[in-house]
Design a binder for this molecule. Sequence first.
Ligand SMILES: *Cc1c(COP(=O)(O)O)cnc(C)c1O
Length: 362
Amino acid sequence: MSELIKNFFKELTPYPPGKPIEELEREYGIKGSIKLASNENPLGPSPKAVSAIKQSLNKINRYPDSSAYYLKNRLAEKFSLPMAHIILGNGSDEIIKLATHAFVSPGDEVIIPFPTFLMYEKNTQSFQGELIKIPLKDFYVDLNSILNAISEKTKIIFLNNPNNPTGTALNINEISHFLEVIPEKIIIVLDEAYIEFATSENIKSAIQFLESYPNVIILRTFSKLYGLAGLRIGYGFASKHIIKLLTLLQQPFSTNYIAQVGALAALSDEGFVKKTLALITEGLNFIYSQLDSMDLTYISTQTNFLMIKTPIGSEETYKRMLKEGVIIRSMEDFGIKDFIRVNIGLPEENERFIRTLKKILS
Ligand SMILES: *Cc1c(COP(=O)(O)O)cnc(C)c1O
């Protein structure tokens, strides 16, 4: 059996998902746990999405529309782009995979900042690309060092803006300058999974650059702002040519019917979006002020999560919080031994997080 297994499997590390609440409660025999580990929407799913999905359930005997006409049409309208510039995916994770599949051959180089979202690394390994990891500088993506790392073999540069797990973001001028100097034969994947949460005036989507730069792929998701992580649907924008290539690699029905219906309804759920953004702002302000009064260091964020420095180490903090029924993320896997990552929850969840943090640190 072992001789059947391709060599590159040795390099593959499993993606560590946030611990599910049910698993924690089973293992520790506790109840009433909370999860602030996967940057999910604490308000639940968009109610408009839920209602549309309920009404569509009696149609799941049919295959979905593989062109997802209505959803793409709505996205095209919302972002003022032709439909041919839009792709949907089974989560934006799938589009990350398609891009890597399309452009990376064994031995090609892929540049990523480090730490960043783990899926860029995983997919590069799966397609046997060489990863070039460029360390962050003071927790910010270091574009100059990324530029210097470009070689003849560079095929893709992945940028997550704002960046997971740090919550820091590049401003639109930095992105503009970067795109200007990158050779056109290098694909830039700009993952904007959290861009809707950004509050700084200069942190905004790079959509405006799509027309000038046919090598840019922009990724978005319904998983965070719209609260549809379990539905598995994300979307991307790029040149017609790239969208065509990625679509060729895709299974015809990778975004299912219910996901298409839910996502379409969520796009017009402005009340839910407003409520979510207000909740995150309010929660962040609460957490910032509490951390200040506890004299803890944290990294100001442009997202719905933040990194906090802990005096007892990342892993120890994670374990002690788990025992108290609060699931967060240790940053140890990212090589950051003294920070945790936590996402903003409901007000009572944020209070519980702070209360528990005080308890385990005292
Ligand atoms: C959550 C997240 C996504 C979204 O992934 P989906 O597959 O759409 O759920 C993409 N990129 C980053 C950086 C994320 O944190």
